[in-house]
Ligand binder design. Structure first.
Ligand code: CO
Ligand code: CO
Length: 354
């Protein structure tokens, strides 16, 4: 028997999506306090870099790419929540240049409070995305929990020589972003009933889009570094790339695609707490053009859920990759470059200098 869903999924938690990540500052302190174990020589990418997934070499031409991601509801529609959570978890494999193969569902669900059909819809949404990715569900684990949470553990494969770390960017590379930002602000607006059904549909579609096409297209180009833009925001993830790669990064704010109404909503005070934390964390390493006001700066740090890939590609081939991505239906934009100057720092230009 289907009961009408009366409880808004997003009302069951205080934070949503990648915005519920523990902040980068707090997390690095905790991880640094743990004892280091001896390095397994087959571990190609581990916990010491801020990469999206771990990579473990099995043979000379095969490595595993492993990642796990789960969070609280970011949208009210359970099917869409399942799709977004799955697209987000799969994305970390794409960001390393890998191909997802198997997934495990991670479920926390208030089974006495919500109709079981809600969970069925979440799983159906995820299952459809997993199929679209060409991966196979092999199992999962569920617990009864007051706040619903959902995500996937994903295992993919990659050639050990083709791993794309976020630390590979080189001076002269140009940076492409494959989805618009502003997702944290818009999804916070969903919780506050400030979006029209069309606006909810648009931001949901952005989050539910797999990074599969983007990853397939970039595989044919001289890409030096890649990461996906999620909870730490565009500038947070770009800063990890700059620091890890030992390059400076320049971003043209005017070229960064932003979802409609993000600034208007931010001006109304619709800014997730995670976004402000991100801003505080990166601000000492960023030189913002004076023309960018505080709202512009928050938007560039906005905590994204299931964002696009941030790709550092050889400058000579950047226009060609951009065109190929657009051809493939990916909403990509050239947003900046990697430089030899100011390593480990980001310069954000405003519209007028661009
Ligand atoms: Co990631
Ligand atoms: Co992740």
């Amino acid at each position: 028997m289907q009961q009408e869903q009366t409880i808004k999924l997003t009302s069951l938690s205080t934070k949503g999506g990648c915005g519920c990540k523990i902040g980068p500052g707090e997390l690095s302190g905790i991880l640094a306090s743990l004892p280091k174990s001896e390095r397994d020589p087959n571990l190609l990418v581990g916990t010491e870099t801020n990469d999206d997934a771990g990579v473990y070499k099995l043979t000379d031409d095969l490595a595993l790419v492993q990642t796990v991601d789960f969070f609280t509801p970011i949208v009210d529609d359970p099917y869409a929540f399942g799709q977004v959570a799955a697209a987000n978890a799969l994305s970390d494999v794409y960001a390393m240049g890998g191909t997802p193969k198997t997934v495990l569902n991670l479920v926390a669900f208030p089974i006495a409070k919500l109709d079981p059909s809600v969970l069925a819809d979440i799983l159906r949404g995820a299952g459809d995305k997993v199929r679209e990715a060409g991966a196979t569900l092999v199992g999962g684990h569920s617990i009864d929990d007051n706040e619903p949470k959902f995500g996937l553990a994903v295992t993919g494969v990659i050639h050990p020589d083709r791993v794309l770390a976020n630390a590979g960017a080189k001076p002269g590379d140009r940076l492409l972003l494959t989805k618009p930002i502003g997702v944290g602000i818009l999804t916070t607006a969903i919780k506050r009933d400030k979006l029209s059904p069309e606006e909810i549909e648009r931001v949901t579609a952005v989050m539910a889009t797999l990074n599969r096409r983007a990853a397939e297209v970039m595989a044919d180009y001289p890409v030096h570094g890649c990461t996906d833009v999620t909870g730490f925001g565009l500038l947070g993830h770009a800063l990890e790339m700059a620091k890890g790669s030992g390059v400076g990064i320049v971003i043209d704010a005017a070229k960064v695609p932003v979802l409609p109404r993000a600034k208007e909503l931010a001006a109304e005070g619709v800014i997730p707490g995670g976004t402000k934390n991100n801003y505080r964390h990166v601000e000492p390493s960023i030189d913002f053009a004076p023309s960018l006001d505080e709202l512009d700066r928050f938007i560039l740090c906005d905590a994204v859920t299931s964002g696009g890939l941030l790709i550092a590609v050889d400058g000579e081939r950047a226009e060609a990759l951009h065109a190929a991505l657009l051809d493939a239906g990916v909403e990509a934009a050239l947003i900046g470059a990697a430089t030899r100057e100011h390593p480990g720092r980001i310069v954000v230009r405003g519209g007028e200098e661009a």
